[in-house]
Design a protein around this ligand. Structure first.
Ligand code: FES
Length: 156
């Protein structure tokens, strides 16, 4: 049956359909290949090992960033000298946070979210506190790990 005033010819319709199918098929193949080649891509680790010399000497009331998988972690030395580590992402929409030394608070510039130095969300849209990690010093290494994770480093 022929539609007299159609904007689309049958050939154009079928070519578009076929083209869409090819794009969907090859997108799936490329995605599968990337996931196969980089299985940990986008995943966060359970722990990371840092060089203690690079982090333990930072001044009190300051942070130093480190790589938490593909995201940012912050090594934090509080004003009293106690050290801890946290994920440097806002709990609202995962923007990077910064530490405001003069206020002793963490700040997210995306939507003006604030957290106190213990990571509690105190102002703005963040719905929950920051994620703090556990840390452990072993020799010249600092092991930063998720709470509840058991970390066994191989000796040698
Ligand atoms: S992403 Fe941080 S306040 Fe919105």
């Amino acid at each position: 049956m022929r539609i007299d005033y159609s904007l689309l010819t049958r050939r154009t319709f079928l070519n578009t359909l076929l083209g869409g199918w090819f794009i969907a098929f090859f997108s799936g193949v490329i995605y599968a290949l990337i996931k196969f080649a980089f299985p940990t891509l986008g995943k966060e680790p359970d722990f990371v090992v840092l060089n203690a010399n690079d982090f333990l000497d930072i001044p009190p009331n300051s942070v130093k960033p480190f790589a938490w998988g593909g995201k940012v972690g912050l090594f934090f030395k509080k004003a009293d000298g106690a050290t801890t580590a946290l994920k440097g992402l806002c709990t609202h929409m995962e923007c990077n946070i910064t530490y405001k030394q003069e206020d002793r608070k963490f700040y997210c510039a995306c939507h003006e979210g604030w957290y106190d130095e213990n990571g509690k969300n105190i102002k703005g849209p963040p719905p929950k506190p920051l994620e703090f990690f556990n840390i452990r010093t072993e020799g010249k290494s600092i092991i930063v790990f998720r709470k509840g994770t058991k970390v066994e480093l191989s000796k040698g």
